[in-house]
Design a protein around this ligand. Structure first.
Ligand code: ACO
Ligand code: ZN
Length: 225
């Protein structure tokens, strides 16, 4: 299913008449009724999912010129947990993740980036962990095409030697039209200051689980600074 969606999107970008919806970010062909119907359906679900009405008790962990980061912990009110779950489902859908329940909900903290327009434009899910396995750098040189293939298949080689890590980042997502503005970086910054009460986590304490190509590029850059 995931690869089929990808094909549709790739084709859409090459054809004249492809439109990017400025609200939900979906790329579709306006001339195709099938595409339009698919967009309508996606659009509605997405807009509903990222809508943030505002709560009486919001745990704001950071404020910026364009929005704020709120933290949702396992013992928070039901409405907050429900919203976190709703956003996670949207993100999982985009990432092609099939597993819909978290392995350890009582150790999971969700960070949402809420824009001034009251839309959730970023989501990060962090879990307390004890160990992680480092992704190994590629040993042989690849030409661009085979590297791309590797990207698609997520065939990273991992070390068999566990390393201690404190915080596992199981998902990090930013709305497609708002990427490369430092939103993911600001969410990870917030994790580092708030995840373990009273201490600031170093990048060595973080582990990004099963990263996508985007996730790997981001994590590599972030952890170097
Ligand atoms: N390509 C190359 N470099 C990148 C990319 C990319 N796609 N994304 C981030 N970087 C690097 C850049 O150096 C960037 O700095 P620059 O823009 O000044 O060059 C730096 O990382 C910081 O990037 P941010 O702006 O903080 O990251 P952003 O807000 O764009 O979010 C994210 C990055 C979350 C990976 C976003 O691209 C996304 O949502 N992608 C789709 C979902 C996804 O694949 N998420 C990762 C899943 S893996 C996991 O969750 C563990
Ligand atoms: Zn749309």
């Amino acid at each position: 299913r995931e690869s089929k969606d990808q094909l549709v999107i790739d084709a859409g970008q090459k054809h004249f008449g492809a439109i990017t919806c400025r609200s939900c970010g979906m790329i579709y062909t306006a001339a195709s009724p099938e595409d339009e119907a698919q967009h309508m359906q996606y659009h509605q679900r997405f807009m509903e999912g990222i809508k943030f009405v505002g709560w009486k008790k919001e745990h704001i962990v950071a404020k910026f010129w364009d929005g704020k980061i709120i933290m949702i912990q396992p013992d928070d009110p039901k409405y907050a947990i429900k919203k976190a779950e709703e956003v996670r489902e949207l993100v999982d859908n985009e990432l092609g993740f099939k597993q819909t329940t978290l392995s350890c909900p009582n150790k999971t903290v969700t960070y949402l980036y809420v824009s001034n327009e009251k839309k959730i434009v970023g989501c990060l899910i962090a879990e307390q962990i004890k160990q992680a396995f480092q992704v190994l750098p590629e040993s042989v040189s690849h030409d661009l095409q085979s590297l791309e293939m590797l990207d698609r298949h997520r065939a990273w080689r991992c070390s068999t030697v566990p390393q201690t890590a404190i915080c596992g980042i199981s998902r990090v997502w930013v709305f497609s039209l708002m990427r490369r503005r430092g939103i993911a970086s600001r969410m990870v910054d917030a994790v580092r200051t708030t995840f373990t009460y009273g201490s600031y986590l170093s990048t060595d304490d973080l582990a990004f689980s099963d990263p996508t190509p985007d996730g790997k590029l981001f994590a590599t850059k972030y952890c170097k600074v």
